[in-house]
Design a protein around this ligand. Sequence first.
Ligand SMILES: [Ca+2]
Ligand SMILES: [Ca+2]
Ligand SMILES: [Ca+2]
Length: 464
Amino acid sequence: MRRLLGAVLVVAVGCSGGTPAVDGGTSGGGATAGGGATAGGGATAGGGATAGGGATAGGGATAGGGATAGGGATAGGGVVFYDGDGGLLSDGGCNVRSGTTLGVEQLSGISAVMIASPPGDARIFAIAQSGWVRLFKNGVLQSALVDDLSNSGRNLTAAGGERGLLGIAFHPEFSTVGSSHRGKYYLHYTSSSTGASVVDEFVLPPGADVTPVSPGPRRIIVVPQPFTTNHKGGSIEFGPDGYLYLALGDGGGDGDPNDRAQNDFDLLGKILRLDVDGDDFPGDANRNYAIPPGNPFAADGGAPEVWHKGLRNPFRFSIDATNHIYIGDVGQSYWEEIDAAPNTPLLNWGWDDREGAHCYEPDPGCLTAGRTDPVVEFSALDAGWHAIIGGQVYRGGCFPDLVGRYLYGDFAAGQVWSFRLDGGVATENRFELGGVDELTSIHETAFGDLYLTRRTGIFRIVVR
Ligand SMILES: [Ca+2]
Ligand SMILES: [Ca+2]
Ligand SMILES: [Ca+2]
């Protein structure tokens, strides 16, 4: 049943009539947390993590009135919110609040799959699977679209199942005055015409909130997806090294039917690392990037874009400022997992020899040498986790007791948990929030604040 688990993953504009729908038939019994989810005691602590089974959810989202920037806000162009207790927050400062009791406050009721913001920029950009990019200024949703891949004559992507617009990243020099890379941002989506995974580069002029339709985007990469409609990955991130990382799933199907995730010459089931400032393939219109010199197959032995291998559907991943990578890899039938380690080349995350910290193919007797098991895993059967959502390490200045803590969750279980990575082990792994069903991302702004997106809106994570 859970082979379709990936299909649960993403909000979809359904084929049957165009209304947003979650292909939820596969989420199994009790997968969604209708407010006050209980963390099934089956949460297992892989690799030393302590899963405090049975924690109850603290209520979930309280919509704090849509976070408009009123009431004496003087943020000088920064993001302004109330923190739920009357405290003024902005990029330049906030009411610092101690403690570790988390809550959320709603920024908007729009259905987004991710938010992000450029370095040094207080605007918050949201993307929807259907193809639009919108932004918030001073906490207020702007009416004009930053971009729209499905309209505006672009017609680049079409949402459906796990396809559509899935990831956004900003060039490290997006805000750098005088840089030729100023204003560049990147969108990862599946092509409406071919289904291929595509990353394009767009340019938002300084001071503008809308991307000109002309000239069109610069293509970065096209990865054919000839197999099925699921397991497309999603996140793209720039690492501290300045390179763009792209997560791709195994291309779909049950049990990675052609064993692509372990095939070093196949781009599927991988994390790729690209230098978007160069072009090592001047004759190839679908490869407009350079190969970073440290890539494991830069010279030979595999596809030169490959950075990590052995992934099933790494829908959400992030690279912390400490250059540790955290990956939420959506499992097949039994195990949802968080992978985390220093971001060194050619880590093999195990799929499909391993599912979580267990043999998958074959079972028993799978290969284990050189495979890195997750730091945390959750049972689909016992904990009701069906589509794990990798999150982010909190690096903001508002909640000092959260700093260094990695937050993650699950689309179906509607929960957020967190841990600290210490010596390669997930420590203090604990339940944080329930009632956040249809979770699609947990991501940071330029100032280290964390937001989560759900099908029902965009929420800021706060300490209460
Ligand atoms: Ca296989
Ligand atoms: Ca080229
Ligand atoms: Ca794995």
